[in-house]
Design a binder for this molecule. Sequence first.
Ligand SMILES: *Cc1c(COP(=O)(O)O)cnc(C)c1O
Length: 357
Amino acid sequence: MKIHNFSAGPCILPQEVFKEASESLLNFDNLGLSVIEISHRSKSFVAVMDEAVALTKELLNVPDTHEVIFLQGGASMQFAMVAYNLLTKNGKAQYLDTGAWASKAFKEADGLGQAEVIASSKSSNYNYIPKDYVIDEGADYFHCTSNNTIYGTQIKNFPNTRVPVVCDMSSDIFSRTIDVNAFDLIYAGAQKNLGPAGATLVIVRKSALGNSGRYIPTMLDYNTHISKGSMFNTPPVFSVYVSMLTLRWLKSNGGVEAISKRNDEKANLLYQEIDRNSLFVGTAAAEDRSTMNACFLLKDEASHKEYFDQLINNSKISGINGHRSVGGYRASMYNAMDLDSVQALVACMQDLEKNYS
Ligand SMILES: *Cc1c(COP(=O)(O)O)cnc(C)c1O
């Protein structure tokens, strides 16, 4: 019986990608060698990196003004790299505080120079996206988090501003169409829609770099990695390879526009059930609900949790416990999840309601 994996990250990837990736561990590119034992500078691996970059550019319509690189250190390393590269000595950065990740990103800029939070939904446990804020025209950059993995909120409309926008898209990159030109820098840890943990995708406007006026440690300088085609040092070869396979899969399934429609369909199905079912309640503000992570609670945990957990176990539903800071349930429905997994969850919710009415 199929396991329906709703894990928030690391998370589901396409089965065909797992299959091809596992074969590459024994015999990659007909070399009779594993993808993880060959030189990253070999022709076979350089072709992988080139294809990963080319597919990213193609699938997201990345303009020539921007570079695509694959780094290490996760999205968390980007919290610091962004500040080192874009925050000038006398300038300031502005942050939108929409959750734990956003707040960790702010901490790094705040520790390095001048940074301020211009709006926050912390006092309501981040259950909505603040919208009435004004970005200071003189700021070096404005930082936001497109999808708040823990709370199930998502920015639907990015601010229209002349200030460079930096965005953590770790948990919704490639899930919906974006205008890359509206951002100076986009980053995303691989492990939520792209591949195994280890690689971090960065898309950066070339002209935004080199202006910080501060010494940037070599490994933290985007230009180091751009000038060496993401091969300044050994890249996380397996993560980059599997990310490339996932991007091939995405392309052959119609690209970002097609996956975005399927993601909407999955999310709509689940949110409709959360709203319809008398035993459940959603935690995020309706207009900010994430298509990737849906957070919801049982209205009466004491009476219903045990039986509901039994139902979801019987249906082989995995990884839907909410984050400890929100509680309840969180269903993560990343690109590789099929509609039938969401249908299986909805069926459990309906079974529970039938049993208690
Ligand atoms: C998971 C996540 C992170 C942290 O990613 P790491 O790669 O583990 O550092 C940062 N931001 C968002 C939005 C995330 O979902």
